[in-house]
Design a protein around this ligand. Structure first.
Ligand SMILES: *Cc1c(COP(=O)(O)O)cnc(C)c1O
Length: 342
């Protein structure tokens, strides 16, 4: 494990004096605010809290970690971009990804002119540690992205492997836990107080039913949180989104929704195994199933024609579709349509 995070950071980011917002220059409570050129009219007239203090306080209680270990972003996609911008020098550094996996790591790297080294997952979709370690010894390899549960394969990565990677790698290990609420395995958030190079990302877009609010989180050492905060746009999460997420955190419904999606996942998996064109349904720790069919392109096109859209992942995994777990009626519609495939 790396001893000094700052040796990994882009020099321009280390030297950066972050933008100081009006709310940074004056802390405390005033009666008259004439410091941010806001309108005195309307109800959304004030800039949002750039530090998302209330939301972080709530997350801190929920996740059992101090607010200094929490970053809130405009979706996890913003966190991915910020990690690249903090640690990777354009045209020089590289990241390691383990396909088949989430496409945004690669896209975000391309936008930032950061090279991508691909170390494919093993045949059982686990990390190929020896292969990763071979590339990880390159001092230009700054970040490894690990997705667990992985999109699109649906499985979690062995915790021992992630720990071994965080122990041996002299760079940043990002664990993307977008689907962790659907998994049996616990979150690795508890490890970030031990591993100074570990970032755990979560999102409100999936289990928390708030994709439209665009809120993602990162949990890491305060050093890393401070760097992400320094680089982020000051008002990256809107007032509406901060309030919406505080509300959803209070909701008693979400745990029940998660349980019902997991139940529906198992029903869907069973129903799919009885469909003629289905060759294999992979086990899933997420809210989707990876399904191998006889011919993914034909099946995808037919479903779409019939008004049912799934994700064709056959460019990543032969003849595989990724199917999101919906409600019971949606499962029925999908199965009926698949059974009518000519
Ligand atoms: C859906 C998803 C996300 C969520 O991204 P947001 O920007 O928070 O909506 C992140 N990572 C993975 C692997 C995903 O599948």
């Amino acid at each position: 494990m790396i001893s000094n995070i700052h040796s990994l950071v882009r020099p321009s980011v280390l030297a950066l004096a972050p933008y100081a917002s009006a709310r940074d220059d004056f802390k405390g409570v005033a009666e008259v605010y004439l410091d941010a050129n806001e309108s005195p009219f309307g109800s959304l007239n004030r800039y949002p809290d750039p530090h998302q203090s209330r939301l972080k306080q709530r997350l801190s209680g929920l996740k059992g970690i101090p607010p200094s270990h929490i970053f809130v972003g405009n979706g996890s996609d913003e966190v991915i971009d910020l990690v690249l911008r903090v640690f990777c020098r354009p045209g020089a550094d590289r990241i390691i990804v383990c396909p088949p996996t989430y496409g945004m790591y690669r896209v975000s790297a391309a936008i930032n002119e950061v090279d991508v080294v691909e170390v494919p997952l093993s045949t059982d979709f686990q990390l190929d540690l020896p292969a990763i370690q071979q590339f990880a010894s390159d001092p230009l390899a700054k970040v490894v992205f690990v997705c667990s549960p992985n999109n699109p394969t649906g499985n979690t990565m062995a915790v021992a492997d992630v720990q071994a990677l965080a122990d041996s790698f002299e760079g940043i290990v990002v664990v993307d836990e977008a689907y962790i609420d659907f998994a049996e395995q616990a979150s690795l958030i508890s490890l970030v107080q031990m591993y100074r190079n570990l970032i755990v990302m979560q999102t409100f877009s999936k289990a928390w039913a708030s994709a439209g609010a665009r809120v993602g989180t990162a949990y890491a050492s305060p050093d890393i949180i401070d760097l992400l905060t320094k680089v982020k746009p000051p008002y990256n999460v809107s007032t509406i989104s901060q309030e919406a997420i505080c509300e959803v955190l209070d909701s008693q419904d979400v745990p029940l929704q998660i349980a019902s999606i997991i139940e529906e996942r198992e029903r869907l998996a069973l129903a799919l195994t009885q469909v003629a064109c289905v060759r294999k349904v992979y086990p899933s720790d997420a809210n989707f199933l990876l399904v191998e069919v006889d011919d993914a392109d034909t099946t995808y096109d037919y479903l779409a024609e019939q008004g049912v859209v799934v994700r064709n992942r056959s460019r990543q995994i032969d003849n595989c579709l990724r199917i999101t777990v919906g409600n019971r009626a949606e499962t029925q519609r999908l199965i009926t349509t698949l059974n009518s495939l000519p």
